[in-house]
Design a protein around this ligand. Structure first.
Ligand code: NAD
Ligand code: TYD
Length: 350
């Protein structure tokens, strides 16, 4: 039986990846290593928590000896590394937290993998999950590809870029069998409501203002989270060692158009007259260093690994909204306490 350690498995994307691997790979033991920060929630995994091939271990990847101990205990054949501080706005107020988890935490995992696989790298795999934000901002034209030079603009993307570089360097220098993927913005169930789509759904439900940064013309490429999980499975199973893969949804939206669409969809679902939620839209001060546009050319993963998204934006958004409407208890539990303090500080002048 092979053993796969998935880090950050209690978070948004990680929980979908854990579920997919637990269900699709009964021949593998799936170990979820997560510190359970504000963004980690074991409720995301209630449906698989008793599966015979699943185990949770609370580990902070900033703690090198805890990482070494869990690698010694589980003797993993593969690592799928998602644990990270992931929110750009938080990286602007507390950049060091991003260095500690995203850079130093990744280093601890690389060192532990190198130690445990020393002299026997054959068949092993260290899969690092990254973001398209490492490439910086696009203008109105063009796409990010695997050849695009790194040019990160936020402390978040700088920390992710740094970790990507160390992962590559451990392959070149020590022969660590790595693979990296860089994905566009995800959306879907279990998304923490500090990010654009769940924040807007939450605020529409609460009748609160919908804060759109700057002029709202910033553009993102959105991918349904389960499609990212299926891409991760494809790269895990078939990706070439030492290579990177760009993952995207071929689905670009200006923020303001997306927020208006969400308002209209929510009005229909809630039985409100059209236009009700759009009245809540408020333009607020811009994010510093705000990247104008992200867009991925995902041809390589499509052509080489046969991956493409299963959901359209229409079906993915409908599933997402339905999930939030049927899981208001989850939404309330994650938006109480510390989240309230964060929200008041972040949107103080909104
Ligand atoms: P998230 O913030 O929802 O979850 C992060 C998880 O990591 C949480 O479970 C948290 O408890 C855990 N974690 C944080 N610090 C930790 C530490 N020090 N030790 C152990 N666990 C820790 O993040 P997400 O949106 O699910 O993103 C997962 C990964 O995918 C990240 O590496 C992120 O950079 C990348 N990514 C995200 C997106 C996106 O749109 N969300 C897009 C592309 C790539
Ligand atoms: P976000 O979900 O934070 O993802 P990222 O910054 O990683 O792309 O933000 C998506 C876009 O939405 C980004 O251009 C910033 C914008 N945004 C707002 O306009 N208002 C908000 O309250 C938030 C959280 C984001």
């Amino acid at each position: 039986m092979s053993t796969i350690i998935i880090t950050g498995g209690a978070g948004f994307i990680g929980s979908h990846v854990v579920r997919r691997f637990v269900q699709n790979h009964p021949e593998s033991r799936i170990i979820n290593l997560d510190a359970l920060t504000y963004a980690g929630n074991l409720e995301n995994l209630l449906d698989v928590q008793d599966a015979p091939n699943y185990q949770f271990e609370r580990v902070d990847i900033r703690d090198a000896s805890a990482v070494e101990a869990s690698f010694a205990k589980y003797q993993p054949d593969a690592i799928i590394h998602l644990a990270a501080e992931s929110h750009v706005d938080r990286s602007i107020t507390d950049p060091m937290a991003f260095v500690q988890t995203n850079v130093l935490g990744t280093m601890n995992l690389l060192n532990a993998a190198r130690n445990i696989w020393s002299g026997q790298m054959e068949g092993k795999r260290f899969y690092h999950i990254s973001t398209d934000e490492v490439f910086g901002a696009l203008g109105a034209e063009g796409y990010f590809t695997e050849e695009t030079a790194y040019s990160p603009n936020s402390p978040y993307s700088a920390s992710k870029a740094s970790s990507d570089h160390f992962v590559r360097a451990y392959h070149e220098t020590y022969g660590l069998p790595i693979v990296i993927s860089n994905c566009s913005n995800n959306y879907g169930p279990n998304h923490f409501p500090e990010k654009l789509i769940p924040l807007m759904i939450h605020n529409i439900l609460e009748g609160k203002s919908l804060p759109v940064y700057g002029d709202g013309k910033y553009t993102r490429d959105w991918l349904y989270v389960e499609d990212h999980a299926s891409a991760i499975e494809a790269v895990y199973l078939q990706g070439q060692i030492g290579e990177t893969y760009c993952i995207g949804g071929w689905n670009e939206w200006k923020n303001i158009d997306l927020v208006r669409l969400l308002c209209d969809l929510m009005d229909s679902k809630l039985g409100h007259s059209q236009g009700t939620s759009q009245k809540l839209i408020t333009f607020v001060k811009d994010r510093p260093g705000h990247d104008l546009r992200y867009a991925i050319d995902a041809s390589r993963i499509h052509q080489e690994l046969g991956w493409k998204p299963a959901e359209t934006f229409e079906t993915g958004l409908a599933k997402t909204i339905d999930w939030y409407l049927s899981n208001e208890a989850w939404l309330h539990s994650v938006t109480s306490g510390a989240y309230q303090a964060y929200y008041e500080k972040q949107y103080a002048s909104a």
